[in-house]
Design a protein around this ligand. Structure first.
Ligand SMILES: *Cc1c(COP(=O)(O)O)cnc(C)c1O
Length: 404
């Protein structure tokens, strides 16, 4: 006999590495979700910047169903049509010549870091192994990627950390310059830090990193797992800056909710990943690739991308209005539909308290660190969902203010 699962089942059966909200959503359409009791929510969390086209978008459902009836998986002993189409499409739309497909952001970054190490090793020799990244950055949860990430709490307590990794302050070019040398293999950076608090890189910083990498024959890696696939209003955030990386990683929005990721690079770099050097059973899975192809083709259109910029402005206006009423934010920032509202010192550490209050009002949001409320809605969220969602957020924030 089966009973309806409950939130208590999480505590009973699942490893306690998450603390999910109390409600369990069971159905979604567009930017709305419904829980087990039929209560409705407007979704500004977007599965952590994943559901780029909302829930159950017909284009993605159609691609998934068509492929589901055709072919799911082959492994890399064979190639498959959706993977080939996806790789070609990404190459045609970006700086890249070659694509490596996998299933998650952490996996794409793991591949990027291994590729950079292998490239330096094979081209310049063993000494060139230093990887520079930035404090507060987030690059995934594999042991290499948490170590490169700039939040030590994620890599502590797991034994010896991989060596050759150096951290500088984000947006501080002088610090990066001091760490750079002939032994620098790669610099890994998010064009806008996501988990670290929605902090865009400055133009000078990314341009400067590009110059430093060229000077020291190091590779520049852009982690666009969160900023990529249309999230910032261009297909990739590097396109706003006009700074071209050697390697770029993409996941989250890329599959619109289906687990898929890609590492993009140039011919020059890709060639060191010779037969057998790296791989993944699921990488380039036919079902995942078919969905990602549909997502990319739908997102990379003027209609969707220009809509992202319009929605950004609309949400910013709403947040500013809320702030005029309640004075809880000290700064509203971000690019496209990855936005952050930094709490004032009076509400230090309180961003997370907004989330359950918003749930009570029928609105889902995120945080990015203790002091930033983060919004990452669907790139095609309807205007009426924005205004209704923001009205609900206003009520949640009013409750926060009353509580003090
Ligand atoms: C989410 C994220 C990752 C990790 O992606 P997973 O799919 O969770 O492995 C890596 N880098 C950035 C910038 C991210 O936002």
């Amino acid at each position: 006999m089966s009973t309806t699962p409950s939130r208590e089942d999480f505590d009973r059966y699942m490893v306690p590495n998450y603390a999910p909200q109390q409600v369990i959503p069971v159905r979604g359409a567009g930017s709305r979700l419904w829980d087990q009791e039929g209560r409705e929510y407007i979704d500004f969390a977007g599965g952590i910047a994943v559901n780029a086209l909302g829930h159950c978008h017909p284009v993605l459902v159609g691609a998934l169903k068509e492929q589901a009836d055709r072919l799911w998986h082959l492994s890399n002993v064979y190639t498959n049509e959706p993977a080939l189409k996806l790789a070609k499409s990404l190459v045609e739309r970006t700086f890249a010549d070659k694509v490596y497909l996998c299933s998650s952001g952490g996996e794409a970054n793991e591949a990027a870091l291994k590729l950079a190490r292998r490239y330096a090793h094979d081209t310049f020799g063993e000494h060139k192994d230093k990887i520079i990244s930035f404090r507060q950055s987030f690059h995934g949860r594999t042991f290499f990627t948490v170590s490169v990430g700039g939040q030590p709490k994620y890599s502590q307590g797991f034994g010896p950390v991989p060596g050759g990794i150096l951290h500088a302050e984000f947006n501080n070019l002088d610090q990066a310059r001091e760490l750079m040398g002939d032994d620098t293999c790669a610099v890994m950076v998010e064009p806008m830090q996501g988990e670290g608090g929605i902090v865009p890189a400055t133009q000078e910083f990314l341009e400067g990193l590009r110059e430093l990498c060229d000077e020291h024959e190091a590779l520049l890696i852009f982690d666009e797992v969160q900023t990529g696939a249309g999230r910032t209003g261009k297909l990739y955030a590097y396109m706003h800056y006009g700074v071209i990386p050697d390697i770029l990683t993409s996941a989250k929005s890329l599959g619109g909710g289906f687990p898929v990721a890609a590492m993009l690079t140039t011919d020059k770099v890709a060639k060191v990943f010779t037969l057998g050097t790296h791989g993944s059973t699921y990488g380039g899975n036919a079902l995942a690739s078919a969905v990602a192809l549909a997502a990319v083709e739908h997102i990379d259109t003027p209609e969707v991308l220009e809509g992202v910029a319009k929605r950004h402005e609309l949400i910013r206006e709403h947040l500013e209005t809320i702030n005029r009423q309640h004075g809880v934010f000290q700064e509203i920032r971000g690019m496209g539909l990855l936005m952050g509202a930094q709490m004032t010192p009076d509400y230090e550490g309180r961003a997370k308290d907004i989330l359950p209050l918003a749930i009570e009002e029928g609105m889902m949001a995120l945080i990015a660190g203790p002091n930033v409320l983060r919004l990452a809605p669907s790139l095609v969220i309807p205007e009426e969902d924005i205004s209704e969602g923001m009205a609900r957020l206003e009520r949640a924030i009013a409750k926060l203010v009353v509580k003090g």
